[in-house]
Design a binder for this molecule. Structure first.
Ligand code: HEM
Ligand SMILES: *[C@@H]1O[C@H](CO)[C@@H](O)[C@H](O)[C@H]1NC(C)=O
Ligand SMILES: *[C@@H]1O[C@H](CO)[C@@H](O)[C@H](O)[C@H]1NC(C)=O
Length: 498
């Protein structure tokens, strides 16, 4: 009798939860979700289909607005540019996405991405100036040198060799650059003999892999992982030790050398805004606080790495893949380089005159945006102007960059074509919100100018020296892997030196 009673209570509870959390709501179309799993099994996400591919199919099936259940998280996916514009331009209703504020805060509760309100403002006031153009271009030589190092590694291997580890190579390059720009520190990521021998490099890699998990797993699992995983705890403590050491070194350096380093190195600038008396600042209300605490400097560095490293290296890996697939585009980039100075050293002025290269980078970011979308969470009820749907406080919106960039309605030339020239002609005045690889509005990417600069310098340097050759239909078939970013699954290219 008792067993029967318990049994019925459990059934009722499940029905209640199913009804409340795992049921289509608000007259928005979508596929009826499974209990606990939502749509992730039905859609093939668990079998490796990417969000970009799934949302493309769902948009065709359900139209410009539909709901998708990522397990217990219900996303409302919005694909009409008018509604997208409305969302990005109403910051008083659409706040930073829950995924960033809740999931990421497991890893760094005080990093830029996870903050909102006046705390975000305090951090923004300190972080924004680090990404101004004048500071970014100071990194020119450093980026060229790192690229040359990778090129010289490639030069050693046989010209017949098909490189199938392009994604990893791009990651090493961008990690090396990150170390120098951020800490003025050589992470030895491009050293050929066992890159894992560097303790900090390995710790940063380990920390990144925790992020992939924390981003997709329910928060409670993420919390458990960070507390229980020895690998993660070890990585965190190594990174903390190094960064605190850097802070201490900086504090004891002379006034003059600090002023000098502040100009180029991110952590040095953050340290310049370190609070004099942390305990006193901690007692103040958020509106009165100034500067950053040591823990906040650490977390800011981690946030920059998470946001800036894999995104940029993924963009580069896709670009190399496209070059191997579209030799005439590659040829045109090379011709433009020759026209503007040939074999001579790359300079900043020359870089600015490479317009076709800009188009090719834009086309690559359009065709394969590293981040397939972003999120916003409603902090008040609202109604979307175009589709007329009523939304509620707490709803989670997903803006699918990939789908907007591939939507035939927003492009004059077939978006399925990889065609950089579109940006010179027919699609020059494409819809503003059809191409937003760095997001938009008050939470758009603060590193976008740096990322574009890094990509342009690296690619121009590579195109001066090598040609990427298609490694064949199987090893170079593209495809998607969903990690923190959408990575190409198969990139296999030959590398020919001119
Ligand atoms: C190709 C490379 C990159 C891509 C595709 C990219 C993309 C993005 C996207 C889509 C967002 C969310 C924007 C939104 O919600 O509207 C974002 C935010 C952010 N990105 Fe990037 N990013 C890149 C490189 C970088 C770099 C190099 C850095 C800095 C070192 C960086 C730092 C950040 C930060 C701190 C945020 C959070 C901003 C906030 O929450 O207010 N990103 N990025
Ligand atoms: C979507 O947005 C465009 C403007 O970008 C608008 O003209 C169109 O009517 C909207 N609605 C639908 C259902 O396509
Ligand atoms: C590339 O895209 C950016 C951002 O949308 C834009 O400012 C720039 O003008 C574009 N460049 C070209 C050559 O189309």
């Amino acid at each position: 009798m008792l067993i029967l009673l318990i049994f019925s209570v459990i059934i009722l509870l499940i029905l209640y939860i199913k009804n409340k959390y795992f049921t289509l709501r608000d007259h928005i179309l979508g596929l009826s979700p499974h209990f606990l799993f939502g749509n992730v099994i039905q859609s093939g996400f668990v079998y490796g289909r990417s969000r970009a591919q799934i949302f493309e199919e769902y948009k065709q099936r359900y139209g410009d607005i539909f709901q998708f259940f990522f397990g217990p998280i219900r996303l409302i996916v919005v694909s009409n540019t008018t509604d997208v514009q409305h969302i990005f331009t109403h910051r008083n209703i659409y706040e930073q996405g829950y995924l960033f504020t809740e999931q990421f805060s497991v890893l760094f509760p005080s990093g830029f991405i996870t903050l909102t309100g006046s705390k975000h403002k305090r951090h923004a006031a300190i972080a924004m100036p680090l990404f101004r153009r004048a500071r970014i271009i100071d990194n020119f030589d450093l980026i060229v040198d790192c690229t040359d190092k990778l090129l010289s590694n490639w030069r050693i291997s046989s010209s017949q060799h098909i490189h199938c580890d392009i994604v990893a190579q791009c990651q090493n390059l961008l990690l090396q650059i990150f170390g120098l720009i951020s800490f003025d520190y050589d992470l030895e990521a491009l050293d050929q003999d066992d890159p894992s021998k560097n303790e900090l490099t390995k710790a940063l890699h380990d920390f990144m892999s925790a992020c992939e998990l924390v981003l997709v797993a329910p928060r409670i699992l993420g919390v458990m992982y960070t507390k229980l995983s020895r690998r993660h705890r070890r990585a965190k403590s190594i990174i903390t030790r190094y960064i605190y050491q850097m802070i201490d070194n900086e504090m004891t350096a002379s006034e003059e050398s600090r002023a000098q380093r502040k100009r180029t190195c991110l952590i040095a600038s953050l340290i310049a805004s370190l609070q004099e008396d942390e305990e006193m600042e901690a007692k103040k209300s958020e509106n009165e606080k100034k500067g950053l605490s040591r823990a906040e400097v650490l977390q800011e560095m981690l946030a920059f790495m998470i946001a800036g490293f894999e995104t940029t290296s993924t963009a580069l890996a896709w670009f190399i893949h496209f070059m191997s697939k579209y030799p005439h585009v590659q040829q045109k980039i090379k011709e433009e380089l020759i026209k503007t100075g040939g074999e001579q050293d790359l300079t900043l002025n020359r870089l600015d005159s490479l317009v076709y290269l800009d188009c090719a980078i834009n086309e690559s970011l359009r065709y394969a945006p590293p981040a397939d979308g972003t999120m916003r969470t409603l902090i008040a009820d609202d109604r979307l102007p175009e589709c007329g749907i009523h939304l509620h406080k707490g709803d989670n919106i997903f803006i699918p960059f990939y789908n907007l960039a591939h939507d035939e309605r927003y492009w004059s030339i077939d978006p399925k074509l990889f065609y950089p020239e579109r940006f010179l002609n027919e699609d020059k005045n494409h819809h503003l919100y059809a191409l937003i690889p760095f997001g938009s509005g008050h939470r758009q990417c603060i590193g976008q100018d740096l990322a574009r600069f890094e990509l342009k310098v690296i690619i121009a340097r590579m195109m001066q020296q090598v040609t990427f050759i298609d490694g064949g239909p199987t090893v170079n078939s593209g495809g998607h892997i969903t990690s923190m970013t959408i990575l190409p699954k198969n990139v296999g290219v030959g590398i020919e030196f001119a």
